[in-house]
Design a protein around this ligand. Structure first.
Ligand SMILES: [Zn+2]
Length: 255
């Protein structure tokens, strides 16, 4: 019995590289975040994409192509619900053709709001991120997709995960800590389009998660932040959070 209990409670977190994650909850629900699975750092991307036949929910932080990634294909094939803010929802349905019936109002929120999903097994809160958000099209102006967000995903009997989305450091990140005990913070460190290692380390200090996993680096030459530089910056600030550097395609399990 105890063994059954332990298996049921296990959460698996897979990093696909860049900002893309898969979460398998204790009851076997499959959640994706910013699923650009075929990004250049993940050699097994095409196979993984083809093998995803069951996905419950796709969460998106903003509308840029490196975050929307393979969402449309996955949504059409698996029937996954799309969780995003109001403006991104409207843009992705009308411009990219995400199935409207899989992106209904129960899956749409906005900054400060918390949604209860999958019979309350999963909750999500939309929090600010300092970035842009639009959907790019070939030979046409980009389409407005609202404010970008970070996402706090709370699993019942499981982890609380803060995905920062793409953002700079901002002092209101300290508010996250007032409302949530973050088990895993997935933080962008790549520089150029987001904060780099030094500002990301300050962000970790504000949020005080148990574990931090650096993301959004090394995908292109422009994203120059490295886990090593990030580790140095955390040490400089005497941050107690455990640093966990993942490789693309790796899965970690948390009880
Ligand atoms: Zn990005």
């Amino acid at each position: 019995m105890l063994f059954d209990f332990l298996i049921r409670m296990e959460t698996q977190l897979t990093w696909y590289g860049h900002s893309a994650f898969k979460i398998k909850t204790g009851t076997g629900k499959i959640l994706l975040i910013d699923p650009w699975i075929t990004n250049p750092t993940f050699a097994g991307g095409k196979d993984e994409l083809a093998s995803l036949d069951h996905v419950d929910l796709i969460f998106l932080t903003h509308g840029h192509g490196d975050h929307v990634g393979n969402s449309i294909e996955i949504g059409k094939r698996t029937g996954a619900g799309l969780v995003s803010n109001f403006d991104l929802n409207a843009a992705i349905v009308s411009v990219l053709g995400y199935p409207k019936e899989q992106a209904g109002p129960e899956l749409v929120g906005h900054l400060g709001g918390q949604l209860s999903l999958l019979d309350s097994e999963v909750k999500v809160q939309f929090v600010p991120a300092w970035h842009g958000s639009s959907i790019e099209r070939e030979n046409a102006p980009p389409v407005y997709a609202g404010n970008p967000t970070g996402l706090i995903i709370m699993l019942r009997d499981g982890l609380t995960i803060y995905h920062t989305g793409d953002t700079d450091l901002f002092s209101d990140m300290a508010l996250v800590k007032r409302f949530h005990k973050i088990d895993a913070m997935l933080v962008c460190i790549g520089d150029h389009f987001t904060m780099g290692p030094d500002r990301a380390a300050e962000a970790v200090k504000l949020v005080a998660p148990k574990t931090v996993i650096p993301i959004h680096y090394g995908t292109f030459p422009l994203l120059t932040g490295t886990p090593e530089a990030f580790e140095d910056e955390l040490k400089k600030r005497k941050v107690k959070t455990r640093l966990r550097v993942m490789h693309a395609g790796e899965t970690i399990t948390a009880g």
